[in-house]
Design a binder for this molecule. Structure first.
Ligand code: NAD
Length: 373
């Protein structure tokens, strides 16, 4: 427990009273990250499109009453530049993106504009803002050239992307690398990319994602429709990669350029399972539910297997995935259940962050010694 206190102290020293800009704060991961930063005592500023529906975590937690958020489009260079100049952030987290594979097939132009040009716009805005000392740019496990590797991709593996979403994120990796080399090398601004798997947790109501679909269908007592039942994905509870992003940003901010580059934050290989297995585990946990498998639902191609090798984050950040798949499902179910209870959902989210942190930093899960500076 003493170590947990020390690690918390280091994270708090990186974020407490700092000005933090989070793009994509109205989204699933961005809203959770903003809540976590609030609980660390940060001064949080958000920039994103407005939330999409009334169930979104951002609205349900009334986050806009606690952080300073503006609605803005990352494709609008003048707007993001002006806002970044106004905020004068110490640290930036970039999560604003078009994050859906199927949507990218339908609208590749918007996807590339948002994910590639949006990243260029943000980096230009950071370049013009001397206060910014560290930035974490969130990409995805899908940036790797996928040749069905079962042991997991490492950060030095080749980038690829045979669908528009994956390619747009691989492009954004190249953009970040070019800015680090061309513009930030001799400046006191340290930047890295973070690649994580498929996150699950309360507050996600996106279309065409398996877990929101399960909760939508269970509520309406209908069948749960599953595409690609045999596809293996690196499922992880949302707070697992977010802890990685926080540790990475803290290291970039406190210690510098050694932490630049790309970082994987995936689950343990043991907690990876197929889409169908995940649905069955949820149904086992939640009670009756019927599954309908759509065998040939779409002409769009998705990769059958995606795995990440976390060795680098374990070795240099002390980060480690802490939860089994069962524990991730328990936290997720609890998160969705909290939305049905009366009371302050923001407080409930903060409590879940506290409980997750306890689990992640417990003696049994202690891989964090490297983190202590
Ligand atoms: N959810 C996952 O399983 C997963 C997995 C790997 C990587 N990611 C990445 O994590 C990040 C966050 O994903 P998420 O699941 O929270 O997605 P989300 O759809 O819940 O949130 C996306 C956010 O980006 C904002 N956004 C979209 N287009 C914008 C634009 N043109 N201008 C400004 N803001 C815009 C939205 O308003 C929202 O705040 C994305 O970069 C995504 O690619 C997500």
């Amino acid at each position: 427990m003493e170590s947990m206190g020390m690690i918390n102290d280091v994270i708090i020293s990186a974020f407490k009273d700092k000005r933090i800009l989070v793009t994509g704060d109205t989204g699933f991961k961005g809203s959770w990250l903003s809540i976590w930063l609030l609980s660390l005592g940060a001064d949080v500023y958000g920039y994103a499109l407005p939330p999409v529906n009334v169930s979104d975590n951002f609205l349900r937690t009334k986050l806009n009453e606690k952080i300073k958020h503006i609605n803005g489009d990352i494709r609008d260079f003048n707007s993001i530049k002006e806002y970044t100049g106004f905020v004068q952030p110490d640290i930036v987290f970039h999560l604003a993106a078009q994050p859906l594979v199927l949507e990218a097939y339908k609208d590749p132009v918007t996807t590339y504009e948002t994910n590639v040009i949006g990243t260029v716009n943000l980096l230009e805005a950071i370049r013009a803002t001397p206060s910014a000392k560290a930035a974490v740019i969130v990409t995805t496990d899908k940036v790797y050239k996928n040749y069905g590797l079962k042991s997991g991709y490492t950060e030095s593996d080749e980038l690829g992307g045979s669908d528009p979403y994956s390619a747009s994120k691989a492009c954004s990796e190249l953009v970040v690398n070019s800015y680090a080399e061309a513009f930030f090398k001799d400046r006191n601004i340290n930047i890295a990319t973070a690649r994580a798997g498929n996150v699950i947790g309360g507050g996600d109501w996106a279309e065409n994602r398996i877990v929101p679909d399960i909760f939508r269908y269970i509520h309406s007592n209908r069948e749960i429709i599953i595409r690609n039942p045999g596809y293996i994905r690196p499922w992880q509870f949302v707070l697992e990669p977010l802890l990685g992003y926080l540790l990475l940003a803290a290291k970039l901010f406190l210690e510098g350029k050694f932490y630049e580059g790309a970082w994987n934050f995936g689950p343990d290989l043991s907690s990876q399972c197929t889409v169908l297995e995940l649905a069955e585990l949820f149904i086992k946990r939640l009670g009756p539910g019927k599954i309908k498998i759509l065998e040939k639902h779409t002409a769009y191609k998705e990769e059958k297997i995606l795995m990440l090798d976390n060795s680098k984050a374990i070795k240099f950040l002390g980060w480690h995935p802490s939860l089994s798949i069962k524990e991730s499902i328990d936290f997720t179910v609890e998160g969705y259940m909290q939305e049905e209870e009366a009371g302050d959902l923001l407080e409930q989210r903060m409590l879940q962050i506290h409980n997750y942190t306890q689990a992640a930093f417990s003696e049994n899960n202690l891989h964090m010694n490297n983190f202590i500076v």
